[in-house]
Design a protein around this ligand. Structure first.
Ligand code: AP5
Ligand code: MG
Ligand code: ZN
Length: 213
C-alpha cells in the first residue's frame, strides 16, 4: 500500500508512522528526518536546507522533489511506502504523481490527521526525541521529568532546533498557505481520509488502522 501522512506540524505524523509502518511492513519515509540527519552529518544537502528549517520555512520544492524521486528508486518501496511530511505543496504533489506514473504506481490513501491549531504549539514545544533510537515523546509522558531519558531505550532526549515557540508560529503559517490546499487536492482525487488527531495516541492509531483495512 502506498500511503501519504498529511497534517500540520505536531499533528502526530511521526508518532503514528512508527506504528503504522510496522503494521503494514512498509518503509517510513520522512523528509524532515532525512533532512535532519543530513544536517547532523554536515552533508551538502544538510548545508542547503538547514537555514530554511531553522527559520520554519519550507525547503524549496525542487530540492525535496529530487530527494523523493531518488528515494522512490530504492528496492524497499516495492512492497509499498509511507510518506511523512511529503508532499507539502501542490507543486510537490504533482511532481510525485509524475514520478509514480512513470513507475506504474499510485497513491492508495492520504491520511489527514486533523488537530486544532490551538493545541499544536504545546505539543511541539514539549516534544523530545531520543538521540539513540529516534523515538518521539512528550515531556507530559515522562514520569521523572528531570531525568530526560528515553522510555524505549534509556537514551538521552533532545529538543529539535525548530521546536521553539517562535519557529512553530512560522511553520504553522507555511502549513496554512502551502500545505493545507492539499486536503482539497486529494479529496477531489477520492483518496483523502480524515482522522481525528485529538484523541489518545492509541485511538488515533486504531482509527488509521481501520481506515486502511
Ligand atoms: P518535519 O520534520 O516534517 O516537521 P513537521 O511537519 O513540522 O511535523 P512535526 O515532525 O513537527 O510533527 P509530527 O506531525 O510528526 O508530530 P509528532 O508525531 O512528532 O519537517 C521539518 C522541516 O523540514 C520543515 O519545517 C521544512 O523546513 C522541512 N521539510 C520537511 N519536509 C518538507 C517538504 N516536503 N517540503 C519542504 N520542506 C520540508 O508529535 C508531536 C508531539 O505531540 C510529540 O511530542 C508527541 O509525543 C505528541 N503527540 C503525538 N500524538 C499525540 C496525541 N494523539 N495526543 C497527545 N500528544 C500527541
Ligand atoms: Mg514528524
Ligand atoms: Zn530511545
Amino acid at each position: 500500500m502506498n500511503i501519504i501522512l498529511l497534517g500540520p506540524p505536531g499533528a502526530g505524523k511521526g508518532t503514528q508512522a512508527a506504528f503504522i509502518t510496522q503494521l503494514k511492513k512498509v518503509p517510513h519515509i520522512s523528509t524532515g528526518d532525512i533532512f535532519r540527519s543530513n544536517v547532523k552529518e554536515g552533508t551538502a544537502l544538510g548545508k542547503k536546507v538547514q537555514g530554511y528549517m531553522d527559520q520554519g520555512l519550507l525547503v524549496p520544492d525542487e530540492v525535496v522533489v529530487e530527494l523523493i524521486a531518488d528515494r522512490l528508486t530504492w528496492p524497499d518501496v516495492q512492497k509499498g511506502f509511507m510518506l511523512d511530511g511529503f508532499p507539502r505543496s501542490i507543486t510537490q504533489a504533482k511532481a510525485l504523481e509524475e514520478t509514480l506514473d512513470a513507475m506504474g504506481k499510485k497513491i492508495d490513501a492520504v491520511i489527514n490527521i486533523e488537530v486544532d491549531f490551538s493545541i499544536l504549539t504545546e505539543r511541539i514545544t514539549g516534544r523530545r526525541v531520543c538521540k539513540n533510537c529516534g523515538a518521539t515523546t512528550h515531556i507530559k509522558y515522562l514520569d521523572d521529568k528531570a531525568e530526560n531519558k528515553c522510555t524505549e531505550c534509556g537514551g538521552e532526549l533532545y529538543q529539535r532546533a525548530d521546536d521553539s515557540e517562535e519557529t512553530v508560529k512560522k511553520r504553522l503559517v507555511e502549513y496554512e498557505e502551502k500545505t493545507h490546499p492539499l486536503t482539497e487536492y486529494y479529496r477531489e482525487k477520492n483518496v483523502l481520509i480524515n482522522i481525528d488527531g485529538q484523541q489518545d495516541i492509541k485511538d488515533v492509531t486504531h482509527d488509521i488502522e481501520s481506515a486502511l483495512k
